[in-house]
Design a protein around this ligand. Structure first.
Ligand code: HEM
Length: 416
């Protein structure tokens, strides 16, 4: 194939520090959407890829899940980390979660946990979620009148929810907390265990050891929780392999935690920066469902996933060769001027709001209903009790190409 010229703006997508600078990131994405919506990016230590920045193209690629595959490169990682993953896959070791898989295997594995995310299960969990929301808003009152909303509240609440869904004991919270941060904040020095792929493997090994014990205990004594469903899940009559079992816990524990934390803290930040919208929501709490969607669009906690072309093909007239990867820029899709009126306006009543923050197609976020319920529950408890709120310092974003958002949100407030 002919070597495409690289647009300098596209380079930011393969630069973790750009994700910690909203203005820089959005300036580059706005430029790409207008001028180079299928842009070649070659920025070591990452292997090259095509950056897809238009909403319609992201959806079309996700819909064509037999042409654009998750394997072997489901997300942006350094070439070295890609190679480690490939070696592990070849050896039948290492992380192999839903996001790494393609149909038909993916569909069967997804079905094992799916019931636990359906409306019936959500209704059963709601009481617990509301109770936890109240606990964390009470905590906000107790630690006030100032706190770092991310580290005090937003990190802990979704982790407790996910642990409740899995059926894990509360005393395991600190261990899970550290592991999920090390896993998802991987590019950001504040959360790294170390710099090398081996350090990342050590984080994975800790996750696996913890969950191997859990599988053994739920197989011996099944209980009524998601952990038991996973431990006792079967595919074509066979139990899940140890690797698939452990990977399932890892995806649920990690995907369900930092993502929701980022949406909650990004949502509160947007409300503080747009006091008119906070007041509007406070006066009409029936806007909560659209407000929650807007918080998710606005913060877009999952920055990207990738797919690899199984055949030569084209996107928007640009030739994509078999084996080349496309980067789905959800952050960009969610600010696409062709889909959203005034996309840079935070509007708690935005409707329609067809954001792609949960992805699309067969990999559409399994926990979307849970995430929505959690965010709604927290803000339904918080907003009526809030007399005032403002920033008490400069918010800071995580430097990561994958799942990220605010890592610090210093606030000053008065709450009942
Ligand atoms: C606001 C919060 C969340 C956001 C923005 C989010 C976003 C995403 C995205 C973008 C994907 C990939 C979709 C695709 O490839 O098309 C995904 C997949 C997934 N999410 Fe979420 N997520 C959130 C919360 C949760 C929660 C609370 C859970 C609960 C455990 C969860 C579990 C999963 C799982 C298991 C997958 C893999 C699905 C598959 O590959 O079939 N997520 N999520």
């Amino acid at each position: 194939m002919s070597t495409p010229t690289m647009d300098d703006a596209a380079r930011v997508l393969a630069d973790p520090s750009a994700y910690a600078d909203d203005e820089r990131l959005h300036a580059a994405l706005t430029h790409l959407r207008a001028n180079n919506p299928v842009a070649w990016v070659d920025n070591p230590p990452y292997r090259p890829f095509w950056a897809i920045t238009k909403h319609a193209d992201i959806m079309a690629i996700e819909r064509a899940n037999d042409l654009f595959l998750s394997e072997p490169r489901p997300l942006l990682a350094t070439a070295q980390a890609d190679d480690v993953l490939k070696e592990q896959m070849a050896a039948g070791m290492g992380l192999r979660t839903l996001i790494h898989m393609d149909d038909p295997h993916h569909r069967k594995v997804r079905a094992i946990g799916a019931d636990w995310f359906r409306p019936k299960a959500m209704r059963a969990l709601k009481i617990r979620v509301d109770e936890l929301a109240k606990r964390y808003v009470d905590r906000m009152r107790d630690v006030g009148p100032e706190c770092d909303f991310v580290t005090e509240i937003a990190v802990n609440f979704p982790l407790y929810v996910i642990m409740s869904l899995l059926g894990l004991p509360e005393e395991d919270f600190p261990r899970m907390h550290m592991l999920t941060q090390e896993m998802f904040g991987g590019d950001d020095e504040e959360f790294q265990r170390g710099q090398t792929p081996e350090d990342m493997l050590a984080v994975l090994a800790d996750f696996f050891n913890y969950f191997a014990q859990l599988t053994a205990s739920r197989r011996a004594n099944p209980t009524d929780d998601l952990a038991s469903a996973i431990a006792n899940g079967r595919i074509d009559g066979e139990p899940l392999s140890d690797m698939d079992t452990a990977s399932y816990y890892v995806i649920v524990a990690s995907a369900g935690h930092d993502t929701t934390k980022d949406a909650i803290s990004g949502g509160l930040h947007a409300l503080i920066e747009n006091p008119g919208e906070l007041e509007r929501l406070g006066k009409d709490m029936s806007l909560m469902p659209t407000a929650v969607e807007e918080m998710i669009r606005w913060s877009t906690p999952v920055k990207e996933f990738m797919r690899t072309a199984a055949e030569d093909t084209e996107v928007r007239g640009v030739r994509i060769a078999k084996g080349e990867s496309v980067y789905l820029a959800y952050v960009s899709g969610n600010r696409d001027e062709e889909v959203f009126d005034n996309p840079f306006r935070f509007d708690v009543a935005r409707d329609p709001n067809k954001h792609v923050a949960f992805g699309y197609g067969v990999h559409f976020c399994l926990g979307a209903a849970l995430a929505r319920m959690e965010i709604a529950s927290l803000f339904t408890e918080l907003i009526p009790r809030l007399d005032s709120i403002e920033l008490a310092g400069t918010p800071e974003l995580t430097a990561t190409t994958f799942v990220g958002g605010l890592k610090h949100l210093p606030i000053r407030y008065s709450i009942r």
